[in-house]
Write a protein that binds this ligand. Structure first.
Ligand SMILES: Nc1nc2c(c(=O)[nH]1)N=C([C@H](O)[C@H](O)COP(=O)(O)OP(=O)(O)OP(=O)(O)O)CN2
Ligand code: ZN
Length: 128
C-alpha cells in the first residue's frame, strides 16, 4: 500500500458554543489541514495520484473557510455543528470524500491542527 499526504492552511475565526472558557470568545487560528489518501495501484508514471489533484479538491473545500468566521458558514451556524477541530475534520473528510468519489483512491483521514500543539483527526470507523 502507499499513503500520500498533502498539507494546506487557511486562516479563520471561530468561537466555541457552550465552552466554559475563553475559547467561547471569537478568536482566530491559522488552521493546518492534513489530507491522507491511500491505495496500491500506481499509474504508468509511478503516481498513486497527483499531489496537485488532491490539493485542488482540498482547496475547493477549504476556500469556504478562508478569511471567514466559521460560525457563519452553513453547517456551523447556531443549532448546527460547533466549529471544533473534531467537527471540522469530519466535515472536511465527508465533503472531500464526495468530491473525490470518482477517483480510484481511498481518502484515509483528515487532521485539523488549530495550533502547532493541538490537532484532531477524523477517519471512518475501522480505519486508522
Ligand atoms: N478537543 C478540543 N479542544 C479544544 C478545541 C477543539 O476544537 N477541540 N478548541 C479549543 C479552542 O478553539 C482554542 O482556540 C484552542 O485551544 P488551545 O489549543 O488550548 O490553544 P491556545 O493557543 O490557547 O494554547 P495554549 O497552549 O492554551 O495557550 C480549545 N479546546
Ligand atoms: Zn480556537
Amino acid at each position: 500500500m502507499y499513503e500520500l499526504k498533502i498539507i494546506t492552511h487557511f486562516d479563520s475565526a471561530h468561537s466555541l458554543r457552550g465552552y466554559n472558557g475563553d475559547c467561547a470568545n471569537l478568536h482566530g487560528h491559522t488552521w493546518t489541514i492534513e489530507v491522507y489518501v491511500e491505495g496500491d495501484q500506481l499509474n504508468e508514471i509511478g503516481l498513486l495520484v497527483d499531489f496537485k489533484e488532491v490539493k485542488k479538491y482540498t482547496n475547493e473545500i477549504i476556500k469556504r473557510f478562508d478569511h471567514q468566521c466559521i460560525n457563519q458558514i452553513p453547517g456551523f451556524r447556531e443549532n448546527e455543528l460547533n466549529p471544533t477541530a473534531e467537527n471540522l475534520s469530519r466535515y472536511i473528510y465527508e465533503e472531500l470524500a464526495k468530491l473525490m468519489s470518482h477517483i480510484d483512491i481511498q481518502l484515509k483521514k483528515i487532521s485539523v491542527w488549530e495550533s502547532p500543539n493541538a490537532c484532531a483527526t477524523y477517519f471512518p470507523n475501522g480505519k486508522s
